[in-house]
Design a protein around this ligand. Structure first.
Ligand SMILES: NC(=O)c1ccc[n+]([C@@H]2O[C@H](COP(=O)([O-])OP(=O)(O)OC[C@H]3O[C@@H](n4cnc5c(N)ncnc54)[C@H](OP(=O)(O)O)[C@@H]3O)[C@@H](O)[C@H]2O)c1
Length: 231
């Protein structure tokens, strides 16, 4: 049965492409009001916002965000307060990776991955928490559930956000705070190989709707959920 979250205000970071875009579209189809952030792909984000309106969102707005820049995060929080009057669901999805082996990465590569995937997630959450009524979903990675061949800096950020989710859930028992962990997904980040990003999006919306049984602070492993035949 289709999920209806009519009128809920949802923000998805990194919604110009990939998993974030499909997640924004899926919330729109559930009749949410959606904020889509992009960093560089403004045209794509604006097109996604138009598609959200076509799918049934009462409001869909694209806004620029570089979550490694605190001023940009503050501007986002101001935008959400002014245009949406608050927020029900925050989806911390934006992320970056360097696929080079550890010693072939530069200090700048390390800064960028930690700055976006870990510090950026914490700063976005810090600034939006006072506006939030219901749930935070953080898009992690199955690379934080077991050892993997994924380069160490990215893996470290994903273990980091997983710990952040667990500890934040203890501090905020009134909110639902959950990490959703995709495995290889067909987006730009993974050379368009892997499972369909729509599958991840469906699981995120089901978590937000309370359809997946997970305690606050917990993990949802994509390998346990979704319809593989849809890939
Ligand atoms: N794809 C996979 O196999 C896979 C597997 C496990 C987990 N994940 C996780 O899933 C999430 C989404 O990844 P994806 O595969 O959909 O990647 P993607 O297609 O490369 O999209 C990444 C999104 O993040 C945004 N972004 C990048 N840097 C940013 C910054 N500094 N501030 C704000 N936004 C920024 C991008 O915006 P612009 O393009 O507009 O600049 C884009 O919208 C990430 O957290 C990733 O780690 C992906």
């Amino acid at each position: 049965m289709a999920i209806d979250l009519a009128g809920r205000r949802v923000l998805v970071t990194g919604a110009s492409l990939g998993i974030g875009r499909e997640t924004a579209l899926a919330f729109a189809a559930a009749h949410c009001r959606v904020v889509l952030t992009y960093r560089e792909h403004r045209t794509e984000a604006e097109e996604a916002a138009r598609r959200c309106l076509g799918l049934g969102a009462a409001q869909a707005e694209a806004v620029q965000l570089d979550q490694s820049d605190e001023r940009s995060v503050v501007a986002l929080a101001d935008f959400v307060r002014d245009r949406f009057g608050g927020l029900d669901v925050l989806v911390n999805n934006a992320g970056v990776i360097s696929w080079q082996p550890f010693r072939e990465q530069t200090p700048t590569d390390l800064d960028e991955q930690v700055g976006v995937n870990l510090l950026g997630v914490m700063k976005v959450t810090w600034h939006l928490l006072p506006l939030l009524t219901d749930a935070v979903v953080v898009v992690g990675s199955t690379a934080s559930l077991h050892s993997s061949h994924t380069p160490p800096p990215y893996v470290a950020t994903k273990w980091g956000v997983r710990g952040f989710v667990k500890a934040l859930a203890v501090e905020y028992p009134g909110l639902r705070i959950v990490a959703v962990h995709p495995t290889v997904t067909a987006t730009r980040m993974n050379d368009m190989r892997g499972m369909a990003p729509e599958r991840v999006a469906r699981v995120i919306v089901r978590v937000a709707a309370g359809e997946i049984d997970v305690e606050s602070g917990g993990d949802v492993d994509l390998r346990d959920h979704g319809d593989a035949s849809a890939d």
